[in-house]
Write a protein that binds this ligand. Structure first.
Ligand SMILES: Cc1cc2nc3c(=O)[nH]c(=O)nc-3n(C[C@H](O)[C@H](O)[C@H](O)COP(=O)(O)OP(=O)(O)OC[C@H]3O[C@@H](n4cnc5c(N)ncnc54)[C@H](O)[C@@H]3O)c2cc1C
Length: 479
């Protein structure tokens, strides 16, 4: 982490709204730059690895992509050891059974790592790290219900909190900086409107995801050394899945349906759904495994991006981060990585410019992160014919390229490695257009003596994305 600023240099008190991963990451960087930090969280926070109400997605598969792991390790030095000690699997791409576009990526490289663990374990480890910082305090069971400002409303001066345990009790807390990390349901647009500021445009791509998750015991001998097995959703179809090896010798398996398709909850229906996927790999993991507990369900209607970066007027000393600014189709597993990248960017913004125009600077500097993630997720979603959205000529052209790239990546490890590094967010999408990769894609894997794939050959491949900067990225459906 950048540590040009010394503690207390920027102010006396910073308040972070929301104690999930985006909030914890923000608090970690602020703790080095303010005298004290308060994390306001509406839940009571569990001491052990339990689920909690404010993070219902915690019951479903959460894989930490390579970029997210790098970010987490920068935020919390030594966290890899914590993860390993507590049973998380830190794995390289060879432990990945990445089924996409009608085949499995031919993976040989081992130079980037991801994390397979339950969400409560991931969040619990981050929370313990933050709790151990002597200048951070958690204000639990408190609902952030509004902002306070200077009389001219040019600058945020704090927040209003409501107790969840003592109804009616409201408290104003002053702060030199307020960070909204309250997730997708963030009230920042409403609060800004109430203060007379413009609200951000909200972009949405509806995809109608429903998911059902179950846990299974994981006998060590099952599925070889795989830690992550996925089945993407081919265009025109609605079903996919991902299985992740997590602590306690378990698999967590999330079945995904899009455009209204709902995976069943009963065990027989669950197994049958997995059996009907285009690849049998996920079914093979669970067919003979012992199911643990009941199924959990959830829904994700649409990708949502709030364009704070486009606002002409924004109050001083205020920042919005994580899902509160950009909430992405979870099948691409980007959210935590985006949140950690944003926190590290906040550190850089503060170190370079202090609190001067911190919000606008932050939104501008995080645009490459959120923009690339948004383009990947929504561009891939547009590969499904039933998803509404703009499919430009450029998008179609790049889509054809990416379709070919995935065909080649089933047989060419160099192309597979390039694809995985973009999907893992360690490289920007433009890397797939590099002449070294483009040449191999156009040659079509012939260096291995395999025939040149025709565009759209075999199982139809999934879509791609056009980035803000025009680069294409692949469909990382279901990781
Ligand atoms: C089903 C599913 C699966 C996912 N899988 C992955 C994955 O594999 N990999 C990945 O990287 N990402 C995944 N994500 C995304 C990931 O969960 C989020 O991006 C990540 O948790 C960061 O979100 P956040 O901290 O911004 O918001 P959230 O996690 O939504 O947390 C918001 C927090 O704010 C609190 N809060 C809300 N309102 C208030 C208020 N008014 N006052 C005080 N506190 C408040 C909530 O209680 C909560 O603790 C998945 C998401 C879903 C839905």
């Amino acid at each position: 982490m950048t540590t040009e600023a010394t503690a207390t240099q920027l102010g006396e008190h910073a308040v972070v709204l929301g104690g999930s991963l985006a909030g914890l990451a923000a608090a970690a960087v602020l703790a080095q730059r303010f005298e004290r930090i308060t994390i306001v969280e509406r839940d009571g926070l569990p001491q052990s690895r339990q689920h909690r109400k404010g993070v219902p997605q915690g019951r479903h598969v959460h894989v930490l992509l390579p970029a997210g792991l790098q970010g987490l390790a920068e935020l919390f030095p030594g966290v890899l050891e914590d993860l390993r000690e507590q049973g998380a699997h830190v794995f390289d791409a060879r432990a990945l059974r990445f089924n996409i576009a009608g085949g499995s990526l031919l993976v040989e490289d081992a130079d980037v790592e991801s994390v397979a663990a339950s969400r409560p374990l991931l969040e619990g480890i981050a929370r313990e790290r933050v709790r151990s910082l002597t200048n951070v305090r958690f204000a639990e069971a408190r609902d952030a219900c509004g902002l306070t400002t200077t009389p001219d409303r040019s600058r945020v001066t704090g927040v209003r909190l409501r107790s969840r345990t003592k109804p009616g009790a409201e408290q104003a807390v002053s702060a030199d900086l307020v960070v909204d990390a309250t997730g997708r349901g963030s009230r920042s647009p409403r609060w800004l409107a109430a203060l007379g500021y413009p609200v951000p445009d909200e972009e949405q791509i509806h995809v109608g995801v429903h998911y059902t998750t179950r846990l299974f015991r994981r006998p060590p001998e099952t599925a070889g050394d795989w830690r992550n097995v996925n089945a993407d959703i081919p265009p025109g179809e609605r079903r996919g899945a991902v299985a992740l090896a997590v602590e306690g010798d378990r698999w967590i398996v999330t079945l995904v349906g899009i455009l209204g398709e709902r995976p069943p909850t009963d065990l027989d229906g669950f197994l049958e759904y997995a059996r009907t996927l285009w690849t049998r790999d996920v079914h093979a993991v669970i067919a003979d495994a012992e199911a643990i507990g009941e199924a959990s369900t959830g829904a994700f209607p649409a990708n949502v991006r709030r364009r704070y970066d486009r606002l002409r007027r924004f109050p001083g000393r205020y920042v919005v981060t994580g899902d509160a600014a950009c909430s992405l189709n979870p099948v691409y597993a980007q959210g935590m990585s985006v949140a950690f990248g944003e926190a590290l960017t906040l550190a850089r913004v503060l170190d370079r410019h202090g609190l001067d125009r911190v919000g606008p600077r932050f939104f501008r500097q995080t645009k490459p992160i959120t923009g690339a993630a948004w383009s990947m997720a929504t561009g891939a979603d547009l590969g499904h014919p039933g998803v509404d959205g703009p499919r430009t000529a450029r998008w179609r052209l790049l889509n054809a390229y990416i379709r070919r790239l995935f065909s080649v990546a089933h047989r060419d490890p160099v192309v597979a490695d390039a694809a995985l590094k973009v999907l893992g967010m360690v490289n920007p999408p433009q890397h797939l257009m590099h002449p070294r990769i483009a040449w191999r894609v156009l040659r079509g894997g012939r260096q291995r003596g395999l025939p040149l794939p025709a565009a759209g050959e075999g199982h139809d491949v999934t879509g791609d994305a056009v980035c803000d900067d025009g680069a294409a990225v692949p469909d990382p459906s279901a990781r």
